[in-house]
Design a protein around this ligand. Structure first.
Ligand code: ZN
Length: 426
């Protein structure tokens, strides 16, 4: 079984809240398969202005109808119990019970994830269950028995930290969240694909950048990581979300929006996914880039995503709505972006005037039927190869595929017609 399948199969159904044994188990599994460290951040630790929550566990979570049938049971789906609920045992009239039921009228047959209390500061005071809206409408008046036993304790939030070293200390980090109970695309599928990417990069010789993979509970992991290590050598970031569903790929720019990682994403999308959308910073959802590419750090971080995703935060974000081919496609995009970051160099030409292409026709013939872009751009590429612009700068300026510029550059290098102009731009 591949590392991707193993991580998803073994982890997706677990009750992966911000701090809990299932979330920690997920991080341990990732470590076992992909290496690196698991960092612990104890409950109560102040990280930037955030505080790591307590460990939360559900021992029992059942609602029994007046006739004894089960309205909801944590055993059937962890999403039934609202994350970070306090304990409650007792009997309630239907109208009282309804105050503790969370439903989604727009998706009346589904259970919606109730995440909010994990992010609320301070002592928890509330409890609740998520059930399908239609199930709530069908409940008969009468006395309902609630048996909700949860436990808060001092635990530790787990964060995976996997480093794949390159020649430079400058680091590109790739991040995804380990939290989100019983959901596939929102979180764990992205951890899985990034773990696979880490394995592939480790097998490559001569990496230019260092790569660092950071997986942990949403928001808190970003706060914790930055409070422990600061900006350090983190130079660029990529945040992954929702990548295994069947919707079109999209990406959100960094706050600056014109950095090299933005240019690399833009180039790959323009060449391979021209219909896909670019969103501004923090859209459509804000994830951990709000920390890394936020106040005091501003590490340019791009988010790769697939949306609109109909199953967002529903229990139907399950293996039936997981498309392995789409996850692979996301991996190809990431590898293409990394390939650009790794091979981008700046050349200066050793000749003047437009190159007598026909003289080197075996290497430099551009068939307009095969590559109109190259046929049209060859003059501009040569003008812009002035020792100040890299392949990526030129490709971005001309709106053409990075690979066209790089392939031309490497051919004229081989012919002794150009030389590298100083260290690569990073
Ligand atoms: Zn989410």
């Amino acid at each position: 079984m591949s590392i991707i399948d193993k991580i998803i199969n073994d982890s997706w159904r677990l009750n992966r809240v911000t701090v809990g044994k299932d979330t920690t188990a997920t991080s341990r599994l990732v470590q076992q398969l992909a290496g690196g460290d698991v960092l612990d951040f104890p409950s109560g630790t102040e990280c930037l202005t955030w505080v790591i929550p307590k460990d939360w566990e559900v021992l029992r979570g059942v609602i029994l109808a007046p006739d004894g049938s089960r309205v909801a049971d944590f055993v059937d789906n962890p999403l039934h119990v609202n994350a970070y609920s306090i304990s409650f045992e007792g009997e309630l009239e239907l109208e009282e019970l309804k105050e503790h039921l969370f439903t989604d009228p727009e998706h009346p047959d589904h259970i919606r994830y109730h995440f909010r209390w994990q992010y609320e500061f301070g002592e928890k005071t509330k409890w609740g269950f998520s059930i399908p809206h239609n199930r709530m409408l069908a409940l008969e008046p009468g006395k309902y028995r609630v048996e909700l036993v949860t436990r808060f304790s001092d635990g530790a939030m787990a964060v995976n930290d996997i480093i794949v070293p390159g020649a430079l200390k400058d680091t590109v980090f790739i991040s995804a969240h380990t939290c989100h109970p019983a959901m596939v695309n929102d979180g764990i599928a992205c951890v899985a694909v990034a773990a696979e990417l880490a394995m592939r990069l480790r097998e490559r010789d001569g990496l230019r950048y260092t790569y660092r993979f950071i997986f942990g509970p949403e928001y808190f992991a970003g706060a914790a990581f930055l409070s422990r290590f600061g900006r350090g050598d983190l130079k660029y970031g990529i945040y992954l979300d929702m990548l295994g569903n069947s919707e079109p790929l999209c990406y959100a720019a960094s706050f600056d929006s014109e950095t090299r990682i933005d240019m690399a994403f833009r180039n790959v999308f323009r060449a391979d996914h021209p219909d896909c959308r670019e969103y501004p910073y923090r859209e459509p959802w804000g994830n951990d880039e709000m920390f890394y590419d936020g106040p005091g750090f501003e590490i340019p971080t791009v988010c790769l995503n697939r949306e609109p995703y109909e199953q967002y935060h529903l229990e139907s974000d399950d293996p039936d709505h997981f498309n392995p081919a789409r996850l692979d496609e996301s991996l190809v995009v990431l590898e293409r972006v990394i390939d650009i970051m790794e091979t981008d160099i700046t050349l200066s030409l050793k000749y003047s005037g437009p190159l007598y292409l026909n003289r080197f026709a075996d290497r430099l013939y551009f068939d307009p039927d095969k590559s109109l872009d190259m046929y049209k751009s060859i003059q501009a590429i040569q003008i812009l190869m002035d020792g100040t612009r890299s392949y990526l700068d030129i490709a971005d300026e001309l709106g053409i595929d990075f690979r066209l510029v790089r392939d031309f550059g490497s051919e004229i290098m081989k012919l002794g017609l150009a030389q590298e102009a100083g260290p690569p731009k990073t």
